[in-house]
Design a protein around this ligand. Structure first.
Ligand SMILES: C[S@@+](CC[C@H](N)C(=O)[O-])C[C@H]1O[C@@H](n2cnc3c(N)ncnc32)[C@H](O)[C@@H]1O
Length: 233
């Protein structure tokens, strides 16, 4: 699994291609995980690219893959970033919970991230949405905070109400979702098989099996994931 979100090769290429970055641009990926998306931005556009994440293991993997010529990666907390960073592009894909819990996550990212941009800078967000009203059984299973509150259109409208101008949007396909969800299961199943005495691995596999069951019963037809490129008005 290249990305920790439902994103395939073709869409990743399209999302990188629709960006518009001059040589030497400053780019920040907040909650970058293993850094694959930022590596692709850097490979296409160059510039000064920094990825931050709370997870030191993810940052170590990202740094090891990138080497000296790629983007930089640092352990860092989205809540402690400088406000006026004069960025050309700020990215936050599947990580808006870094800006708040529940409904405050997307709202918090929409409030904080534009202030990090230079005038006319770009903002690329990846955020969940409901394809249709979710069943109560699915909401009960996910628990609080559910983390998804809007439709795709409402995500766009919420950003517009925050003063952003949508430039481009895309949504994950069923194939991208299936790959993402089944890779989770594959990894958990294999880890538990490789170490049957490892109680944590077995417990994780059982949780992932349950999650996978709910994905097939509800999530695959209910939860969506959108990618949104904005600039400031
Ligand atoms: C679902 S993953 C997405 C990773 C990556 N953007 C991708 O699409 O592959 C969410 C990431 O956000 C990070 N994260 C959560 N809270 C954070 C915070 N306050 N500051 C920085 N990163 C955070 C997590 O450690 C995790 O790696």
């Amino acid at each position: 699994m290249l990305f920790n979100c439902p994103l395939g090769e073709e869409k990743a290429r399209a999302l990188v291609e629709v960006l518009d970055l001059a040589p030497g641009s400053r780019v920040l990926d907040i909650g970058c995980g293993d850094g694959e998306f930022l590596r692709r931005v850097h490979a296409r556009w160059g510039g000064d690219c920094l990825g931050i994440d709370l997870d030191d293991a993810a940052i170590a993997r990202a740094s090891a893959v990138s080497g000296d010529a790629g983007p930089r990666f640092e352990v860092g907390d989205a809540g402690k970033l400088p406000v006026a960073a004069e960025l050309d592009l700020a990215i936050c894909i599947g990580s808006t919970h870094a800006f708040g819990s529940g409904r405050q996550a997307f709202a918090g990212a929409l409030a904080a991230m534009p202030r990090m941009l230079r005038p006319g800078g770009q903002l690329l967000l990846g955020e969940g949405y409901w394809q249709r009203d979710p069943e109560q059984a699915y909401l009960d299973f996910i628990g609080e905070p559910v983390g998804v509150y809007n439709s795709h259109e409402e995500n766009l409208q919420q950003a517009e109400a925050a003063g952003l101008v949508p430039l481009y949007a895309a949504t994950s396909t069923r194939e991208e979702w299936d790959h993402f969800e089944w890779c989770f299961r594959l990894r958990a199943e294999r880890a538990a098989r490789a170490a049957p005495q490892d109680e944590a691995a077995v417990a994780r596999r059982d949780r992932v099996r349950q999650w996978n069951h709910f994905y097939r019963a509800y999530g695959c037809s209910t939860m969506g994931f959108g990618f949104y490129l904005f600039t400031q008005s």
